[in-house]
Design a protein around this ligand. Structure first.
Ligand SMILES: NC(=O)c1ccc[n+]([C@@H]2O[C@H](COP(=O)([O-])OP(=O)(O)OC[C@H]3O[C@@H](n4cnc5c(N)ncnc54)[C@H](OP(=O)(O)O)[C@@H]3O)[C@@H](O)[C@H]2O)c1
Length: 288
């Protein structure tokens, strides 16, 4: 594990921390002395991660259980966090999935959009005031270079027309990028930074929720050829901890480097439209 700058007395919340990249980020932050909160949907997996991280680092993280696909659950977990009175210095929005086929949850949301993007918007905005009060604070949003093939259509965000696994995933990651750049702009001067990151390929369990012949064939290769989660976590960890990046905001990072102009043709109207639509769908906005 790369050694990080000490994170003593820093409180860090990591979503999707029961597995893969998020778990590796959480473990490294705990190893650096941070107070870590693992947010995940599966109590058994979260408890196992909690136990293993405590054994590996000597710092036992806390656990918050939340299914990020469900808006009322995101609200409940935000309420729970806020009522605990704890500061929040680092929010790593990492949870994500891919869905081979279009699935809609009980609230009518397409799952990839709901988990990868909409929950990130909702949780971040619900916790934003706490981050601001705890400043200097950082938000790191896990996107992916696959955003490059995404198309954002405000009237078809949830792919009611033309669903494909690659477009649903890429679109959610493009939405994360628009959100991150727009949020960074809107919160400039608050002491809270916002960056998006692509961890690159990760030897993780992503896709395991889609049992298929192809996935069964590909899985050993993914685990063998892709970098480990601990290695892939480095860029995210740097954004979350490096003192030199304390004021760096509004960037998109990959392989430890900030990428110039991630949106080749930035479209402020599209970013603002996505924001408006996200406010409508979640019922939350930044405090005015
Ligand atoms: N793998 C790659 O090559 C790659 C490349 C670029 C970007 N990324 C991004 O990196 C992030 C982490 O992915 P990973 O590769 O580490 O995959 P992973 O091992 O499958 O981890 C994903 C995490 O998200 C959690 N999650 C999924 N749905 C959730 C929900 N409804 N509510 C709460 N938590 C939920 C999972 O929980 P469970 O443990 O309960 O499933 C798990 O903890 C994702 O945003 C992904 O898009 C991955």
């Amino acid at each position: 594990m790369t050694s990080l700058h000490p994170m003593t007395e820093r409180v860090c919340l990591v979503t999707g921390a029961s597995d893969g990249h998020g778990r590796a980020v959480a473990e490294a932050l705990a190893g650096a002395g941070a107070e870590v909160i693992l947010l995940g949907r599966n109590p058994q997996k979260c408890e196992a991660a909690q136990r293993e991280i405590a054994e590996a680092t000597g710092h036992k993280p806390d656990v918050l259980i939340c299914d990020l696909a469900i808006r009322s659950e995101v609200d409940r977990v935000a309420d729970e966090y806020l009522s605990g009175g704890r500061p929040l210095h680092v929010l790593v929005n990492n949870a994500g999935l891919v869905n081979l086929h279009r699935k809609v949850n009980a609230e009518g949301f397409e799952l990839t959009f709901a988990v990868n993007y909409l929950s990130m918007f909702q949780l971040t905005l619900r916790l934003f005031e706490r981050l601001r009060q705890s400043a200097p604070a950082r938000i790191v949003n896990v996107s992916s270079d696959s955003y490059k093939i995404g198309k954002l259509e405000l009237d078809n965000l949830q792919l009611e027309r033309g669903y494909s696994v690659s477009q649903a995933y890429a679109r959610s990651k493009l939405a994360i990028l628009h959100f991150s750049l727009e949020l960074a702009r809107r919160v400039e001067g608050t002491g809270v930074t916002v960056n998006a990151v692509d961890p690159g390929p990760v030897a993780s369990n992503i896709g395991a929720n889609n049992p298929s012949f192809l996935y069964t064939l590909a899985r050993p290769m993914i685990r063998h050829l892709f970098p480990s989660a601990a290695r892939a976590a480095r860029t995210c960890l740097r954004l979350a901890t490096d003192p030199e990046l304390e004021t760096s905001s509004g960037g998109y990072w990959r392989s430890d480097k900030q990428r110039e102009r991630p949106l080749k043709n930035p479209d402020p109207a599209l970013s603002a439209g996505l924001w408006r639509e996200s406010v409508r769908l979640t019922g939350v906005d930044l405090p005015s």
